[in-house]
Design a protein. Structure first.
Length: 324
């Protein structure tokens, strides 16, 4: 294990949801819990067996740590391990604090040209990497990203990076769609009161064809429906956003057109990939951070996220650090 002095921690929609509702699906908050799972910090102390890190190293933290070497770990899909520890998922504490202890194997050294803030953004970025891999994004893909919140945006960034020829994004908010353009979206659609079929038709008309891949980042029933209608026959729909447990969808439409519907659960094996992309400056995640607060103003930061202002709200846990 290593002891870290925390630096930057991003606020996620799930943090806000636990704070407001006390549960997400089967994960129920029964005792007081520390939030935060998008994080970076500096190593203060290392355990006796730790060789790849030393005090002073700047690291990004992967929040999911398997507790046992089960069948999922053996096959490299450790995110599916049922006993996994995960920061800020009850009953496991997160890392929105000054000092935090974590498994050293899940702390990744940051190169000198990658900031703490970028290090904290590797967590949401990982969702995009994992989703786009599961979707099979490749050279020349046409991709529809449904939803332009932080997760929609990282999927835009990664899809373009993986060779997508065109990425089209939908959202209710014009300002969020503007941000999608900023990070590389080719087309945007502002959804108002259209039916799922109308949204799908609009995607096809703006894109000039039906996308082979849809990445659904809202979890809203109508958006999942639109995702099925929009995806080209033989294509893939990946469900990233999670809403109600039971959702009514045109599954026969998907079945007869051989549209593969895939889910994702967090991510695995993504930190080294993200670090390589950030170090080589192949991707730019800086536009994602729109608000910054010191740890003392955490409540204000959470209120800001809850209101849906900006994109990513970042908390600064180290009072001695004067850097932006």
């Amino acid at each position: 294990e290593v002891l870290l002095r925390m630096h930057s921690v991003g606020i996620c929609g799930s943090d806000v949801h636990y704070w407001q509702h006390g549960r997400i699906g089967d994960f129920v908050v029964k005792d007081p819990m520390v939030l935060g799972h998008e994080a970076s910090g500096t190593v203060v102390k290392v355990g006796s067996g730790v060789t790849h890190l030393k005090p002073g190293d700047r690291v990004a933290i992967e929040p999911g740590v398997p507790r046992e070497m089960d069948e999922f770990c053996k096959t490299g899909r450790y995110n599916l391990s049922p006993t996994i520890f995960f920061c800020a998922t009850p009953p496991d504490d997160g890392n929105l604090c000054r000092y935090y202890k974590h498994n050293a194997s899940y702390c990744y050294k940051l190169p000198d040209n990658v900031t703490f803030e970028e290090g904290a953004l590797i967590e949401p970025l990982s969702v995009g990497i994992h989703a786009c891999k599961r979707a099979g994004v490749t050279l020349g893909s046409k991709v529809f990203v449904s939803g332009s919140g932080p997760i929609g945006l990282v999927n835009v960034i990664i899809a373009k990076m993986m060779g997508a020829a065109a990425v089209i994004v939908s959202d209710l908010s014009a300002s969020r769609l503007q941000k999608a353009k900023e990070v590389g979206a080719d087309f945007t659609i502002q959804v108002k009161k259209e039916t799922p079929q109308q949204v799908a038709a609009k995607v096809e008309s703006v894109l000039g064809c039906m996308p082979e891949i849809t990445v659904e980042c809202t979890g809203v029933q109508e958006c999942i429906q639109a995702g099925i209608y929009a995806t080209r026959s033989g294509g893939t729909l990946v469900l990233v956003g999670l809403g109600p447990e039971m959702v009514t969808v045109p599954i026969v439409n998907a079945a007869v057109r051989e549209v593969d519907v895939r889910g994702i659960f967090r991510y695995c094996n993504t930190w080294p990939v993200a670090i390589a992309l950030l170090e080589s400056k192949r991707i730019n995640v800086k536009p994602l951070v729109t608000h910054r607060f010191p740890l003392e103003k955490a409540l204000e930061a959470f209120e800001t996220t809850k209101r849906g202002e900006g994109v990513k709200v970042m908390l600064k846990c180290d009072p001695t650090d004067q850097n932006p």
